[in-house]
Design a binder for this molecule. Structure first.
Ligand code: ASP
Length: 274
């Protein structure tokens, strides 16, 4: 015999499905929020062929306005989280971004989130979000290698693809994704491999999660590592992250860097002081 609780959830499921179908029947587009953090994708240069530019100079509304085709695939709104080159990414912005992602995704009417970000630390931000976002809805980072003012800027199509993936129900449950240059990577695996090449992002042995062609996805795999809603990491109530130094090790290195890291480390020093 079916329990009362079981019947309740069955009813909720039917109502949700009916709601979605009504939305689709009414021609409503899925809601996607773009969170902007800066980067080359929001970069501005003095000429279309200039290699130098100012990172994060263009605001989210201008980025959205530059891709009018977005309105054909989603109901898009934008929020400015930061306006920095991602070489300057830090714990404060990470925590602000991750908390905002969780808040927005908790709204039942939001389908997914696209995040514009510099490419230098995109792998770190996507890895972090992959551990602390508490939702199966799509979260898709994107960036560009050419500033928004460049000849053949790669940002607009990357934004279009990121929004299309964020709006795509088949992207759910695949963890935090990154799309650049028509590829779809897992935030767990992505690595920036080149300073200027448009095809800079790679996923090494793990391989791509999928590919996108003008907003239409082909999926190759679902990342199997623990992520998002199944991850044990939580950021509610967390306002600072512990310091972790990464040291480049090489033959014949002196111990100075390690000694300095240990001296500045929080554990032993705090215990000595405490
Ligand atoms: N330095 C830039 C950044 O990471 C590079 C880029 O966006 O491609 O913001």
């Amino acid at each position: 015999m079916r329990s009362r609780k079981g019947l309740f959830w069955l009813l909720m499921g039917v109502l949700t499905l009916a709601n979605c179908q009504t939305g689709a029947a009414q021609g409503k587009k899925p809601k996607v929020v773009i969170l902007a953090t800066g980067g080359t994708i929001a970069g501005s240069a003095t000429s279309q062929t200039s290699a130098g530019y100012q990172s994060g100079a263009v605001a989210v509304d201008a980025l959205i306005a530059a891709v009018p085709q977005l309105k054909d695939i989603a109901e898009v709104s934008g929020e400015q989280i930061a306006s920095i080159g991602s070489q300057d990414m830090n714990d404060e912005v990470w925590l602000k971004l991750a908390k905002r992602v969780n808040e927005i995704l908790a709204k039942p009417d939001v389908a997914g989130i696209a995040i514009t970000h510099g490419t230098d630390t995109m792998e770190e931000t996507s890895y972090f979000l992959n551990l602390v976002v508490k939702s199966d809805k799509p979260v898709v980072l994107t960036g560009s290698m050419r500033p928004s003012t460049a000849m053949s800027a790669d940002g607009p199509l990357n934004i279009y693809n990121a929004v299309a993936i964020a709006a795509d129900p088949t992207a759910r449950g695949r963890g935090v994704l990154v799309t650049v240059d028509d590829d779809v990577h897992s935030g767990h695996d992505i690595v920036k491999t080149h300073t200027t090449d448009v095809g800079t992002m790679a996923s090494g042995e793990a391989g791509l999660v999928g590919a996108t062609l003008f907003g239409k996805q082909t999926w190759y795999r679902t990342p199997s590592c623990v992520h998002t809603s199944k991850s044990e990491f939580r950021i509610e109530g967390v306002n600072a992250l512990p310091r972790v130094d990464i040291i480049y090790a090489h033959a014949n290195m002196s111990p100075d860097m390690v000694t300095s890291a240990v001296d500045h480390g929080q554990g032993p020093r705090d215990r000595r002081c405490g």
